[in-house]
Design a protein around this ligand. Structure first.
Ligand code: SF4
Ligand code: SF4
Length: 233
């Protein structure tokens, strides 16, 4: 690859998509690249995420409704970003979409993802209050990013308040039990229908904790998916 260009991330930052990472496709491990579908004709992969509350505020301000307002907003924002900042650059959004993209594997390579006891990724800056929002194949020529070099919070957390905060003891014994967690979430009047008490008990990145309505939306969606999954089993 000859000429490399600076990454125009300011547009995405302002839109609440404030975590970005550029990979050269050729540098990705084969098993990660295999989750992306057909990558022929593209040079790079751009991983886009959000941290904290800004994205939700932007989604609300956009007026986008429907069942998946965050996904719809993110797709529209990425489309506008390419149109305004990179006209003529070929790209394909592979997530949100049907491809089984290995989001956590990409997050690990970007230095964003470290495992937490409650199975949500965590890092030293945002805590667990971030998520993957878009994965884009692009015929771009940006400088690839170095992985974020941050501490691994759970290594320096001897008290582990998240574990004691879980009313279902889903992390008892050093392993996460999806059965116990899901069973509790589905109970009538569950305290975890629209949130995760363990996640909220973690002090790391607490200033970025989602707003109540954001939490309700995110966990409401996962509750719907959980019910659907159990009904199809
Ligand atoms: S409370 Fe401690 S162990 Fe639990 S997720 Fe946070 S940093 Fe990790
Ligand atoms: S959602 Fe509730 S039951 Fe599940 S891990 Fe979090 S605190 Fe425990």
């Amino acid at each position: 690859m000859s000429e490399r260009l600076p990454f125009p991330g300011g547009f995405l930052d302002a839109a609440g998509l404030n975590r970005q990472h550029v990979f050269d496709l050729a540098a990705l491990p084969d098993d990660v690249r295999a989750t992306l579908g057909d990558t022929a004709g593209y040079r790079q992969l751009i991983l886009i995420g959000h941290g904290g509350r800004r994205l939700w505020e932007c989604v609300q301000a956009s007026g986008i409704g429907g069942a998946h307002p965050i996904d719809d907003y993110c797709v529209q924002t990425v489309q506008r970003w390419f149109a305004e900042k990179m006209p003529g650059t070929r790209y394909r959004i592979v997530y949100p979409g049907q491809a089984p993209v290995g989001l956590q594997a990409l997050g690990r390579l970007a230095g964003w993802h470290h495992a937490s006891p409650f199975m949500v990724g965590i890092d030293g800056e945002w805590g667990s209050w971030y998520a993957y929002r878009a994965v884009v194949l692009a015929d771009s020529r940006f400088w690839p990013f170095f992985p974020a070099d941050r501490s691994i919070p759970c290594v320096d957390c001897p008290d582990q308040p998240c574990i004691a905060a879980c009313p279902a003891d889903a992390m008892a014994g050093g392993q996460f039990s999806l059965t116990r967690c899901a069973g509790y979430r589905l109970q009538t009047d569950s305290a975890c229908a629209y949130g995760c008490l363990a996640r909220s008990a973690c002090p790391v990145g607490a200033e970025h904790r989602y707003a109540d309505d954001q939490m309700r939306h995110v966990y409401g969606q996962s509750l719907v998916m959980l019910r659907k999954y159990l009904a199809e089993k």
